[in-house]
Design a protein around this ligand. Structure first.
Ligand code: LMR
Length: 388
């Protein structure tokens, strides 16, 4: 049966994690997969999550099925977090198995409704965007985004590409903390997109996976909300992996704004039923419990604030350390969230791995949230030494 299988595609992020795990060198440094690590290099269970889990273990009375849409209290609280309103008109929210599951579900929804649609992704974009869209049978094209030389946005080229979009086009954007570049749209850019969407009628699709890692929970959703107000139809996919530290619990959501909300809901449930039926409940219940408790919410806010501060200060320290070693990297201080891209060739990335046990994703993406303070100087020195 399986002799004719084509070789599996190598995932550029998870393959780095795999190679890192297999490396016996004790000084190895993983800047690959996007997980937060504290100053000791650990990815701890957040205290708010721990408290909610303890409470859940004592009070949960059943593990019976939930509905196809998952945990409805979760859907309500994340709608509030994303849109600033728990019951916005025209929106339907359902829980999904992580944001990747949500991306696939929404891609299937687009394909079911507009099979000839083109999904436009940023150049560069999250490595799983194109494969997921293509797996659903959709065409993928890219729009200019990152200017590698300056570490900034190719604003003019970006808007020129968006100006060409129409009703068969889906514009996939990163709500904040762009993955992999860290280069975010400014609020004026979102405003401009909002006026373009109402004139041109393309479908905005926002991936919000790092809310609270940029400037704060509200600030990081501000652009998306502007676009939501201006759009008659819109898609949003959401992840609780990073800001609740729930990575392996696969806790995400898909949101759809449309005039035919009931019809959309029916189709989404059908799509979910024939692929995974319903998402895992644990992470969603934990998120609902945290947001429904003022005390746990305050604790979560303070933990998220500390994570954001640590990543921001790592950005400044790495820029300083690179500059001390003779490499100008001030742009790192303007980027948001976990990632930035260093202008490294594939040969330099291989040298950093082979000679210094430093693991970086192909293309030069580094996860600053994975960098302990005592490793910053070593990293900067190695980059300058091996990147030539
Ligand atoms: C990442 O970009 O490193 C994360 O979003 C992990 C993933 O699922 O790819």
């Amino acid at each position: 049966m399986f002799q004719n299988l084509a070789p599996a595609a190598v995932d550029p992020i998870l393959s780095v994690a795999e190679a890192f795990r297999a490396d016996p060198r004790p000084h190895k440094l993983d800047l690959g997969v996007g997980v937060y690590r504290d100053a000791n290099g650990n990815t701890p269970v957040m205290t708010a999550v721990r408290y909610a889990e303890q409470q859940l273990a004592q009070t949960q009375t059943s593990k019976s099925y939930v509905g196809l849409g998952g945990n409805m209290r979760f859907s309500r609280v994340v709608t509030q977090l994303i849109l600033g309103n728990a019951e916005p008109t025209g929106w339907f929210t359902m829980q999904t198995p992580g944001a990747s599951g949500g991306l696939r579900l929404l891609a299937d929804l687009i394909a079911a409704s507009r099979p000839n649609a083109t999904v436009w992704i940023s150049d560069p974009s999250y490595v799983n965007h194109a494969p997921i869209m293509r797996a659903a049978g959709l065409r993928v094209a890219s729009y200019p985004y990152l200017d590698v030389a300056s570490g900034g946005l190719r604003r003019e080229a970006f808007f020129e590409a968006v100006a060409g979009l129409g009703q068969d086009d889906v514009l996939l954007l990163h709500g904040c903390c762009h993955n992999p570049s860290g280069v975010d749209l400014e609020i004026d850019d979102w405003q401009q997109l909002a006026s373009m969407v109402s004139q041109q009628g393309f479908l905005p699709f926002v991936d919000l996976a790092y809310q609270g890692f940029g400037d704060g929970l509200e600030q990081d959703a501000a652009g998306l909300r502007l676009l939501a107000d201006a759009s008659e139809e819109m898609l949003v996919v959401y992840s609780c992996s990073k800001h609740f530290g729930l990575y392996r619990e696969r806790t995400g959501a898909a949101l759809v704004k449309s005039a035919g909300s009931k019809q959309v809901q029916g189709k989404l449930f059908e799509l979910a039923r024939r692929s995974y039926t319903m998402p895992p409940d644990h992470g969603a219940e934990v998120v609902a419990m945290i947001i429904e408790s003022a005390e746990l919410t305050a604790l979560w806010h303070s933990e998220l604030y500390a994570m954001r501060q640590r990543v921001q200060s790592t950005r400044h320290q790495l820029a300083d350390a690179l500059s001390t070693n003779g490499m100008e990297a001030e742009y790192l201080c303007h980027h948001k969230g976990m990632f930035s891209m260093l202008p490294l060739s594939e040969a330099s990335i291989a040298r950093l791995r082979d000679d210094a046990a430093i693991y970086i994703v192909a293309g030069g993406r580094i996860n600053l949230a994975g960098l302990a303070p005592n490793k910053i100087d070593t990293l900067a020195e190695a980059i300058v030494r091996l990147a030539a």
